[in-house]
Structure formats: C-alpha cells, structure tokens
Design a protein around this ligand. Structure first.
Ligand SMILES: *[C@@H]1O[C@H](CO)[C@@H](O)[C@H](O)[C@H]1NC(C)=O
Ligand SMILES: *[C@@H]1O[C@H](CO)[C@@H](O)[C@H](O)[C@H]1NC(C)=O
Ligand SMILES: *[C@@H]1O[C@H](CO)[C@@H](O)[C@H](O)[C@H]1NC(C)=O
Ligand SMILES: *[C@@H]1O[C@H](CO)[C@@H](O)[C@H](O)[C@H]1NC(C)=O
Ligand SMILES: *[C@@H]1O[C@H](CO)[C@@H](O)[C@H](O)[C@H]1NC(C)=O
Ligand SMILES: [Ca+2]
Length: 599
C-alpha cells in the first residue's frame, strides 16, 4: 500500500505546476471565499494499476519447458523456460515489475516451432479507467524487437478497439502503408495513425530494445521541442476536435505479429531463436478527471478521481445529486493560465440570479432589453484587494474568472415581437442548459427541456409522460412514458400514477384489457354471446364471445330464429344457395358411405 502511495505522489516534470489545484481560499472586498479552477491529477507511472492479459492461451513459454537460443549466437541454446520453476518462469507480470537489482525480468512467448504458421500474441493492458497519456509509451523487448506489430487502443474498457500505431520493418509489405515518422507530422495531422519503421529494424538484440508510441513528439508539434510552450498545447487540446481523445485510453493492446528475425530470413533449421520477450511496458499518464480533480486514488482495484467542483463519477463525468441545476460540463484549460472549472451548481444557486436579472424588472414590457449586463450578481466583487490564502500557491498567477452565472445574450436583435435572450446557465434541473428571457412576460424559462420534461424549469413531464415517484426531479428517468394502449385509451395522456383514460369497455392501467362481459378485438366490444346470460340457442355455439355459430336452419344473433319463419323459401323447396351447398355435401357423404367415391 505504501508503494502505491509513493507511486501516486510520484510526479513527472513534464506536467508539473499547471492546473494542479482545484480551488483556493481568497479574500475579496466582500470577505473570504473559495475560488475554483480547472485542475487535473499529476501524471504517474500507470503500470502499477494495470491488469494484463496475454492471448492466446498457451502462448507463454514454459509449459512444457522449452529451450531457446539467441540470434547473436544461434548455437548457444542453453536458456530454458520452465513455468513450474520460479527461477526459469517468464509470466506476464514480469513486464511490470520494478527490476530494482538491474537484472531484466521478462515475459516470454513460446518459440516459433510451428513455423510457417504465424507466431501471434496479444498483450492487453486494462485500467478500467480512462487515462490521458502524458509521455511516450515505451515497450522494452529483450532478444530483439518484433518485425511486425501493431498497437491498438480502446476508449471504452475494451468494447471497441482502434489502431493506434503500426510498426514494421517494411510498412508497405506488412500493412500496405507508407512509412512515416511522427516527427514529420504537422499541427493538422498530430493525431494521425501511422506506420513507422523506426522501431522494427534489426540492430542487434542488445542495442535497440525499445518500441515507442511517441506522445512527446506529438506534443512537441504544439509545445515546441522542449515542451516549453505548454500553453499552446493546452489551447490546442481544448480546441482541436478529437485531439484530447487521441491521447486518452482505457486499454492498450500490443498485437505481436512477427518476431525478430535477426536481420535475415527465417531459418527453419533453428526455430528456437524466434520468440517474443518483453521486459517492461512503461505507460505514463494521468487519470482523466475532466479537469474536475487533482487527485486520483487506487480504490477497490481501480483508479478513481477524487472529484471536486461538486462532480462525481469515476471520471468526474457528472454532477453530484442535488447539484444538477446546470448541465454537467468538463472543465476547460481555457482561459489560460487557470482554466475554467465549469463547476456543477446546487439547485437554487444559479436560480436566484438568473430568474430575475437585476435590470429585467426595471424594463417595461415593451422596452427592449439594454445591452447585456456585465454580471448578474448583485454586487460584483472587486478585483483589487484579492489575496490568495493557504490553499493557493499560485505565485504570480491571476485567479481565474469563474463567474458561473453569466448572462449571455445570443440574439441581441431578435425582433420586436418576442425578444428572447438566451441564458447559458439556468435552473432546469439538469434537463436543459439553455434559458430564454421572455421580455413581455418578464420571465426566464428553460428551452428544449430534455428527458421528456417541460415547464419553466423543466419541472413537469411532457404530455404522454408521468412522474417517476422514485426519481428525483433532476434524474434522467424522472418522466415515464404513459404507454397507453392506442386502441383501448381515449388519448395518450395519463394521471400521476400512470393510469390512462380508457374507452368504454376497456380497463387496466394502460387500457389494454377489457371489462368483464367485453371481448377484445381491436378494442373492447360487449360480448355477443357467453355461457351465462347470452346463451346461443337452438344448439348454436358461442365463438369467442363474438358470435353464435348457428346450426342449419337457424339464424339470428343468438340463433334464436328459425329460417323457415324468417324466409319462407327455405321451407318451400326453392333451394337457397346455402341449402344447395348442404345438399351437395350430404350427397357426397352418402356416396362416400356407399364406398363409391374415394376421398
Ligand atoms: C488479438 O486481438 C485482435 C483484436 O484486437 C484479434 O482479432 C486477434 O484474434 C487477437 N489475436 C490473438 C492471437 O488472440
Ligand atoms: C471498474 O471500475 C468501476 C468503478 O470504480 C468498478 O465499479 C468496477 O467494479 C470495476 N470493474 C472491474 C472489472 O474492475
Ligand atoms: C460544492 O458544494 C458545496 C456545498 O456542499 C459548496 O460549499 C461548494 O462551494 C461547491 N463547490 C463548487 C465548486 O461549486
Ligand atoms: C424511476 O427512477 C428510478 C431512479 O432513477 C429508475 O431506476 C427507474 O428505472 C425509473 N423507473 C422507470 C419505469 O423508468
Ligand atoms: C389515477 O387513476 C387511477 C385509476 O383511475 C386511480 O386509481 C388513481 O387514484 C389515480 N391517481 C391519481 C393520483 O389521481
Ligand atoms: Ca521486468
């Protein structure tokens, strides 16, 4: 545990000093208060928190014990791998140990004894946490680097994978890609996935041991070769689409596709010198906390941000309960140097200021609002006289402007009929992040309420939805669809407990059932017949409560009518169509009985 703490405190020079505190106690003319800043955890060595998986099963050497040789001296084949002997075993965990005594310890694969079948191995690293890379990934191979390999990454805990970089001694041959170098990338291609030949050529197994994924070189495109201009990098990370995500991973996978060949073709007579051996995988990065935390701790087997700014979640990716009056937003590196915290606000805190802008009350209903008020806070703080206290060690840095309830007028000239101002922050229980000030009504109302809500503060459910009694008002599941049966109900609205209003004969919360003595057939209809009161007569049978099937000679809803009474022709020997068919059937039956017709 102490080891972990030590690792957590370990910080790397690359990223020190900036965005390292989340808040600071400051004194203003109005008295002391907290001021909040964008903040991120320190970078650390991530290999201490990783889980590793090596595929396929049986790829690790030593079961059964196996001999292997080296490229330099193919006749010296004394090294042995034996999984049952701790001194001779090469399990995956040796890619992440600390090698304090300077001796390389490594994971090793079986040899290529199945040549020409390819020797394939996947090494998958999973953090169960999104990590932002801050320095190169460095993989150290003993006994030669693969001649073909690929690095893949996942951003969603291994559900989907994307190529990250291709490595080959001949990119065209291996991947049909031209060879490129990261150093040659430009600001617009900094997040390009490329194939490099820099780490795959044979240079002797002791000389060139590392394969890199060059994070620094990509940073340097923006921050300069010494990474001195980090401000420019942070600005780009904030503004260039996809750039931040490019350096973010939850999982990494090395797909080893062909081992080192010793600078020549495969020699079939000695396949014991072809295998993979990885002694170290260095991944340097920081927990992604969306600029809402400066600490990340290892709890219950996973890294977790210690969220500030009233955010919560593994990555501080949402607002805490009761702090959802604004939609969640990631903090921002901008404006430099302290960024914006974009903190979550308690229900009610943004409300007071936004609902009644100070000068809105003074406006007559027909007057157009004046220029946007600078600040809706009643008493703007004076910048002079601000002094940083204890928590702040930001020498010479100006405190960030973190006015969270700023009034932003997006449509200054929106016409005389319904002048609408748009407010960025407003009280909508997290179902909207936009409010409009409706001039002639002198109210501020949420617009585009999501999650099926509606109302000035998105506090009601849309028609056709009802309130989920087990959910808070700021819950995404607060409104449940009524789901009224289209046919059985009068309309698709329901009452507070989800009951729909039913048409005659229909019943049940959703009106998808029929009352007793009604039957369902595209709606509820009163029974035509049943076994109690509406009995079919004269031997008729009741078909699904819908109609009586009458015997020959009877008709009527309940077969109550004799055909003779109703229609004299039936009795007068003038056959109706109906009886003539019966006659033919009887005739056929008779013939069959006599054996004259085979049916
Ligand atoms: C390695 O992983 C890839 C997917 O990333 C998969 O297609 C491939 O079959 C795996 N190879 C082995 C040897 O498990
Ligand atoms: C991943 O992290 C989450 C959040 O800390 C935790 O609940 C979950 O159990 C972890 N999953 C695994 C497989 O470790
Ligand atoms: C978070 O909420 C607490 C009250 O629980 C408040 O004191 C604090 O100032 C809030 N922090 C931010 C960044 O809004
Ligand atoms: C009601 O809200 C709770 C809490 O969010 C949620 O777990 C549940 O699924 C919701 N019920 C329905 C029917 O959506
Ligand atoms: C909703 O309607 C059902 C059925 O008519 C009724 O039992 C229930 O009390 C109603 N709930 C409310 C809150 O009105
Ligand atoms: Ca090692």
């Amino acid at each position: 545990m102490l080891y972990l703490v030590a690792l957590l405190l370990h910080c790397l020079p690359l990223v020190m000093g900036q965005y390292d505190i989340c808040k600071s106690w400051v004194t203003t003319d109005d008295g002391p208060s907290w001021e909040f800043y964008a903040c991120q955890p320190k970078a650390m060595r991530m290999k201490g928190y990783v889980t590793v998986r090596v595929d396929p099963a049986g790829i690790t050497c030593g079961d059964p014990p196996e001999r292997f040789c080296t490229h330099e001296n193919p006749y010296l084949c004394s090294d042995e791998c034996d999984a049952s002997n701790p001194d001779l075993a090469h399990p995956p965990k040796l890619m992440f140990d600390s090698e304090d005594d300077g001796l390389a310890t490594y994971w090793q694969s079986v040899t290529w004894r199945r040549y020409p079948e390819p020797l394939l191995a996947n090494i998958t690293l999973s953090w169960n946490k999104s990590i932002e890379l801050t320095d190169d990934i460095v993989i150290t191979f003993e006994y030669g680097r693969p001649t073909i390999m690929m690095l893949e990454k996942s951003l969603d805990n291994g559900r989907t994978w994307h190529p990250y970089q291709y490595y080959a001694d001949d990119c065209m041959e291996a991947f049909s890609m031209p060879a490129r170098r990261v150093r040659d990338l430009s600001t617009t291609s900094a997040n390009r996935v490329l194939c490099t030949e820099e780490y795959s050529r044979w240079a002797g197994s002791k000389k060139e041991k590392t394969v890199r994924f060059e994070v620094r070189d990509r940073f340097a495109i923006f921050a300069g070769p010494e990474l001195k201009n980090m401000d420019n990098l942070y600005t780009r990370l904030e503004s260039a689409k996809g750039l931040k995500d490019f350096f973010t991973v939850t999982d990494l996978r090395m797909r080893l596709l062909r081992p080192a060949l010793g600078g020549t073709y495969v020699q079939r007579e000695n396949l014991y010198k072809y295998f993979y051996a990885v002694s170290n995988i260095e991944v340097t990065g920081r927990c992604k906390c969306n600029l809402h935390a400066n600490l990340c701790t290892f709890k219950e087997g996973s890294l977790q941000c210690e969220c500030e700014h009233n955010t919560t979640g593994q990555d501080c990716g949402k607002c805490k309960k009761n702090f959802r009056s604004r939609s969640w937003r990631a903090g921002s590196y901008l404006p430099l140097p302290n960024g914006s915290p974009n903190a979550c606000a308690a229900a009610g805190s943004a409300f007071g200021t936004v609902e009644r802008p100070p000068n809105a009350a003074a406006l007559g209903p027909t007057l157009k609002p004046p220029d946007p008020p600078e600040n809706v806070r009643a008493a703007p703080k004076s910048k002079a006289g601000r002094t940083a206290h204890s928590a702040g060690k930001r020498h010479g840095k100006k405190p960030a402007s973190s006015k969270s309830s700023k009034l932003i007028r997006l449509k200054p000239d929106s016409g005389p009929v319904a002048p609408i101002e748009t407010y960025k922050d407003c009280e909508c229980y997290g179902h909207s992040n936009r409010c409009s000030y409706i001039d002639f009504l002198n109210v501020v109302t949420c617009v585009s309420c999501k999650h099926n809500t509606r109302g000035q503060h998105c506090q009601h459910c849309r028609l056709g939805f009802y309130r989920n009694s087990s959910a808070e008002l700021d819950d995404e599941n607060v409104c449940i669809e009524c789901n009224c049966n289209q046919i059985g109900s009068l309309h698709d609205r329901c009452n507070e407990t989800g009951y729909c209003e039913c048409k005659e004969g229909a019943t049940g919360p959703k009106c998808d059932d029929c009352l007793p003595n009604y039957y369902w057939r595209q709606g509820c209809y009163p029974n035509v017949c049943d076994d109690e009161l509406l009995l079919c007569q004269n031997g008729g049978t009741c078909y699904q409560n819908q109609r009586c099937i009458c015997p020959v000679g009877f008709k009527g809803v309940l077969c109550q009518q004799s055909r003779c009474e109703a229609d004299k022709k039936d009795c007068d020997g003038v056959p109706s169509t109906h009886s003539s068919v019966s006659a033919i059937l009887l005739g056929v039956l008779a013939l069959q009985l006599c054996g004259w017709v085979d049916l």
